[in-house]
Design a protein around this ligand. Sequence first.
Ligand code: MG
Ligand code: ZN
Length: 526
Amino acid sequence: MKEKKYLLWGVVFVLLGSGFYFGKCFLFKPKVKNIILMIGDGMGPQQIALAMQYAKQAPHSTVSDRTLNLEKLSKDSYVGLMTTYTYENLVTDSAASATQLSTGKMSRSEIIGIDFEGNPQEVLVEKAKKIKMATGLVTNTRVTHATPAAFAAHVQHRGMENDIATQLLELQPDIMLGGGLRHFLPQSLEGFEEDMPSHLRLKSKRKDDLNLLKQAKSLGYDLTFSKQDLQASTSNKILGLFATSEHPDAIEIHAHANDTTYPTPNLKEMTQKALDVLSKNKNGFFLMVEGGQIDYAGHYNDAGWLLHEMLDFDEAIGAVYEWTKNRKDTLVIITADHETGGFGFSYSKNDIPEPKPLPGKAFEGSLFSPLYNFGNIEVLDQIYTQKKSFATIFDEFDALPENQQRPSALQSLFNEASEFKISLEQAKSVLMKEPNMYYRKGHKYLDQKEWPVICDFKEFFTYGDYTRLNLLARAIAKDQQVVWATGTHTSTAVAVIAWGPKAVREQFSGIHHSTQIGQLIGAQLR
Ligand code: MG
Ligand code: ZN
């Protein structure tokens, strides 16, 4: 009898327990109205640390209150880690990684919006549109580039940017801001010679005479080509194309920070406009903001450029933080698609500091004398004051008449732009070439007979003459106290910073794979 009683109570407890369980998981679904996904392309934990160290440690830090917006926002966030590997591969590219975030499904290298088996999967902009949310994509690379594309398109390869442009206009996110004009103009460029503002280089990459700008206009988009156009727009549907390809780099953007006539909006200005417009929708919105050139700086191993891109991204985070900080209906996710460059400060045997006294008791009568050079904080200021990206330096070098493209010219171009100086010998070795042992006919980058001479890990420097930029980084490595592992991506787990109502943000805490983070975001869009 007693046993039966226990059994009965047991059944009651199980039912109550499962009811609570089901209640929590299936009946009560914590939901937000708006989702803002911010992706620092190539922003590993090391890149975040660079920006943090600059803010905190640089003797002349330009960051207000020495506090990054990322740090402010992270105070009320759950922070997790995310692995980014793809199906059957160790390292991801931006296309596969963003596809995994966007679909919650495993994907493969260089694929957009398609799973590992080759099936198109619903992407986040499609999911959001289905439930009548407003949608937006903002980037400082091309709007047709891998990261934004993976939230709104389905193509076999990320290089199919003309098809991506066409698909963007089929799906019609309300806001699309970034570069990439060349994929929207007809091949013939007919009729555009006089029409376009002078800061845009007139060029088409299309293989047809489709005029996607005309098409966008007929679909109700307000077309904007400059910061001034963008800010003046009163439309709820904006296509802003501010560069032929990607935007100017953040060193240049920051150099024009106080110039109201400068035609290119920065990431923060684009983000603010997107928030203004999208937040008018009563059903909420999904917005993806990409700091897309953190990755570029990583590929070229350019620490000065990298720092400026990180600060530019952080300013956009500031706009999001200001917009959301008093709200309870918005989820903000800040993450990355992978790390680029294998970046880090590193200690060395070069220039070991002299022993010095310390005021504390433990050092009475003896000197503080570490065995190695652990890096001076002044380096952070010197990295920040770099005047031009390595890419700009080489654009200028390559534009010289051929007989002037000498090591001495490179040396003076570089030394004018950087507080780290290279010698003539170093300039010479940056410009040296050898036969390309990985030559592949017809390959986008490997189809060149000669390649800059890089002695170790040479397999990981894959972008032809851009390898000269990586060599510049090596020339100043010992003075910058910076090392780089690669010219491509690494498998480093990236940060996931989730801000919003507790029941939602806490789901992102812990260590996840990018498909799981994609599923968690997707679950908010049902
Ligand atoms: Mg990207
Ligand atoms: Zn990359």
